[in-house]
Design a protein around this ligand. Structure first.
Ligand code: 5AD
Ligand code: SF4
Length: 348
């Protein structure tokens, strides 16, 4: 049933410690009932910070000339995928800035095939590589990728326009989400929470947008100002606690409204609080994306200020993560693709 906007607005307007706890608990009950308490891990590889776009909020926008650009080599990327397998993460996410040139398209195709081969098809492959042509989405799908993440960033067209240069189009982004779906990918989208000018009504509309698009996965996180972007002026008034709370409320509202989809507890939550991602799990999220990018590249991929730079590939880290997840009373879906129940239901 399509969620009721008035109820969404009420959930998103929750205030006060006790009421917030009640909201998170309610979302957790829905999560238990519909998707269970197994956390799925996806190893995230930040393949390149080269980006042809210039979004006003993002630290790796093309206009940021202070950044040294990098691209991880094929061999290094393959080594990271092997690590992913060894750590028993069931799938890998390949993320990078947006590029549409042939060299890049072929490089990604080769990498997808390489990862499929080395893992004998075991590692699931998710792409997060921006807006592309239908043929490119198809080529990558045929090479072996089966999930695609493309955040709409906000479903409010006017707000979208205020956050991007004129040649970035909301309509094109929406079209791309449709193309991705058409190709047969499981589709993930998401928004930033706490954008300048964004209202509770906008966030409620975002949830309705997710419902109408029939998404399988969501990745959302609080907006965090970056010092080298046009939105840097927002750093002064930025409140990490408020941003974290709004992020958690949005996760909880999405879980309550959309029930059986996969929801990631994102790094942006962790940037605001050392236990931000665990809080995300408690508020209804069921996916974590540990960063497996070699630490020497981490500095180059600061989309926002204070992005945690932990070496999450270290075995010691994995032990810690396990402990923290077990402490929440949850288990880890090692070696599993962890498709969303929503997607499985559609398939059947
Ligand atoms: N704060 C939070 N998230 C950001 N992203 C980009 N810049 C920021 C920021 N300043 C997010 C966008 C993008 C994803 C890769 O990172 O939602 O889709
Ligand atoms: Fe590029 Fe994505 Fe950053 Fe926009 S948000 S500048 S497309 S990496």
């Amino acid at each position: 049933m399509r969620p009721d906007k008035k109820i969404l607005r009420e959930l998103l307007s929750t205030e006060g410690k006790e009421n917030l706890q009640a909201l998170y608990n309610k979302a957790y009950d829905v999560k238990k009932q519909y998707v269970g308490t197994t956390v799925y891990l996806r190893g995230l590889i930040e393949l390149s910070n080269i980006c042809s776009k210039n979004c006003y909020y993002c630290g790796i926008r093309s206009g940021n000339k202070e950044l040294t650009r990098y691209q991880i080599s094929y061999e290094e990327a393959i080594a990271e995928a092997k690590l992913c397998l060894q750590m028993h993460y069931g799938s890998i996410v390949i993320q990078a800035g947006e590029r549409e040139d042939r060299t890049w398209i072929e490089f990604i195709t080769k990498l997808i095939k390489g990862i499929k081969e080395l893992s004998e098809g075991k590692l699931g492959i998710t792409l997060s590589l921006g807006e592309q042509k239908l043929e490119v989405y198809q080529q990558w799908f045929e090479a072996g990728a089966h999930r695609y993440l493309l955040r709409i960033e906000t479903s409010n067209k006017e707000l979208y326009r205020s956050l991007h240069p004129v040649n970035h189009s909301f309509e094109k982004r929406l079209k791309c989400l449709n193309l991705i779906q058409e190709c047969g990918y499981q589709v993930g989208t998401g928004v930033m929470i706490g954008l300048p000018g964004q209202t509770i009504d906008d966030l409620a509309n975002d949830i309705l947008f997710f419902y109408d698009l029939d998404v399988d996965m969501l990745g959302m996180g609080p907006f965090i100002p970056h010092h080298n972007t046009p939105l840097k002026y927002l750093a002064e008034s930025f409140s990490p606690l408020e941003a974290l709370t709004m992020g958690l409320k949005m996760i909880a509202a999405c879980r309550i409204a959309l029930k059986d989809i996969n929801i990631a507890s994102t790094t942006a939550l962790q940037a605001l609080h050392s236990e931000g991602r665990e809080m995300g799990l408690k508020a209804g999220a069921n996916v974590l994306m540990p960063n497996i990018t070699d630490t020497k590249y981490r500095e180059g991929y600061q989309l926002y200020e204070g992005k945690p730079g932990l070496n999450e590939t270290a075995l010691q880290f994995q032990k810690q993560l396990e402990k923290r997840i077990f402490a929440l009373g949850e288990t880890i879906g090692y070696d599993e693709w962890g498709d969303s129940k929503h997607y499985q239901k559609k398939k059947n």
